[in-house]
Design a protein around this ligand. Structure first.
Ligand code: DWN
Length: 406
């Protein structure tokens, strides 16, 4: 198979997590006995441009036209995107004459932040159900993927953009080269394109292998992104490591002709990546071994608790829990139910493992002995809001990088 960025045809497979259902394909009760589609979840490394990527690509229309992930469910992300809008507005001195476009804008949580500075905003969101939420939030949202015709539509209706953002989107589509082409068309000459992507180095170091699922085609380090943007006449001029989703990169990109200076953060991170060996296959082979070890430890802990007759519930039904639960074979025999505050998921069942998802009030109705925090990236926020259960003697398990009971 050929690399999706550089077309090098000797991709090297280093990890297979088996046949897995789509991460956000939560089931209605009546669907539980129907055949569930699963797809190979296999990861490869390109020795040429260093991109880590999935082998099998699920058509985006199957994953993103009716979507259950809502950015504003967590206070963490509402604060994160409000601060991001403020930082970018100050960096670019945005005002009422400026235009901010968010690709994959979800419920408009970031654009709402730009509106506080009077900035004109446009969201592009392919999920019809989510785009409706955004429109109700007063966010002008185009319900489509970011493509040639959407770019033409924005250019004719709003003009060129000062800032274009794509947060937790740039790893989700095979069309990244066409997205860059259209970003270049839409951006003002001194405009900036800012993306946030889960950072491969954090995944390797924190063992957060459950962020590997079919929505995430690419697991980026800065090196392949640098290669990709240079290939298309754009240049990374700044980069920050941020804590979202277990550790991400915020990457600032400009047109080659823009006079913005390139910060030393770029060469620093590129240098650190080379030093830690992410350009070499051995680091991925080592990661794959540790993934199997992490699975063994978690399964051993959970099975041990079940053998002691303990009741276990899950907290949060994130997309990543589909990978973790299916890869570890932890279904209803182990996890009795999962609570989640996203009402789009309540009353549904987890993909492949068929665990019922309920409102958090279930914790009072059917008291568990242990709560497995499946939305581990929000462990602090969740532990704060469940203090009364901890005080009541319920124990919490954080599954990765190795299972820890608190
Ligand atoms: O890339 C993606 C990232 C941005 O988000 C998408 N592929 C899909 C999605 O991944 P996810 O579903 O793993 O996102 P979260 O935000 O990690 O999922 C957290 C889940 O936990 C949500 O369903 C909401 C729930 N939750 C909760 O019930 N109470 C979360 C918090 C913080 C809470 O307090």
């Amino acid at each position: 198979m050929a690399c999706r960025i550089c077309n090098n045809d000797n991709l090297i497979k280093f990890l297979s997590l088996g046949q897995t259902p789509l991460a956000n394909s939560f089931l209605e009760k009546e669907d539980l006995n129907k055949k569930e589609d699963t797809y190979p979840l296999e990861v490869g490394f390109c020795p040429n441009c260093k991109l880590v990527q999935l082998y099998y690509v699920v058509p985006p229309g199957m994953m993103f036209t009716n979507y259950l992930y809502v950015s504003s469910t967590s206070d963490t992300f509402k604060l994160h995107f409000s601060k991001m809008a403020e930082e970018l507005s100050n960096l670019m001195k945005l005002d009422v004459n400026s235009l901010a476009v968010d690709i994959g804008s979800n419920d408009g949580v970031l654009l709402k932040g730009f509106q506080k500075f009077g900035v004109r905003t446009v969201g592009v969101e392919p999920a019809t159900n989510i785009a409706e939420i955004a429109k109700k939030n007063g966010i002008d949202t185009i319900n489509d993927f970011f493509n040639d015709s959407v770019t033409d539509q924005i250019l004719s209706s709003k003009g060129h953009a000062d800032v274009i953002t794509a947060n937790n989107v740039f790893a989700h589509t095979d069309a990244i080269k066409r997205i860059i082409y259209n970003v270049k068309r839409l951006l003002k000459d001194d405009g900036i394109f800012v993306i946030e992507v889960a950072y491969l180095v954090d995944m390797l170091q924190k063992m957060t292998f459950d962020i590997i699922y079919h929505e995430h085609l690419f697991y980026y380090s800065l090196a392949p992104l640098d290669y990709l943007f240079n290939q298309q006449g754009m240049q990374i001029f700044d980069v920050q490591r941020i804590p979202t989703h277990g550790g991400s990169l915020r990457v600032f990109v400009k047109k080659l002709e823009s006079s913005k200076p390139v910060e030393k953060s770029v060469s620093e991170i590129l240098g650190k990546e080379k030093e830690m060996g992410i350009h070499e296959l051995r680091i991925y082979e080592n990661f794959a071994n540790r993934v199997y070890e992490a699975k063994e430890q978690l399964v051993k802990l959970i099975k041990g608790l079940k053998n002691q007759g303990k009741a276990i519930a899950g907290y949060g039904a994130p997309a990543k829990s589909t990978t973790l639960l299916n890869f570890c074979g932890l279904g209803r025999g182990f996890i009795d139910y999962i609570v989640d505050e996203n009402n789009l998921k309540q009353g549904l069942y987890t993909p492949g493992t068929h665990i019922p998802i309920t409102p958090p009030s279930m914790l009072d109705k059917r008291r568990p002995d242990y709560i497995l925090i499946l939305a581990w990236n929000f462990a602090e926020e969740i532990l704060n809001k469940t203090k009364k259960y901890k005080d009541d003697g319920i124990k919490f398990i954080i599954p990765l990088p190795e299972p820890v009971t608190v």
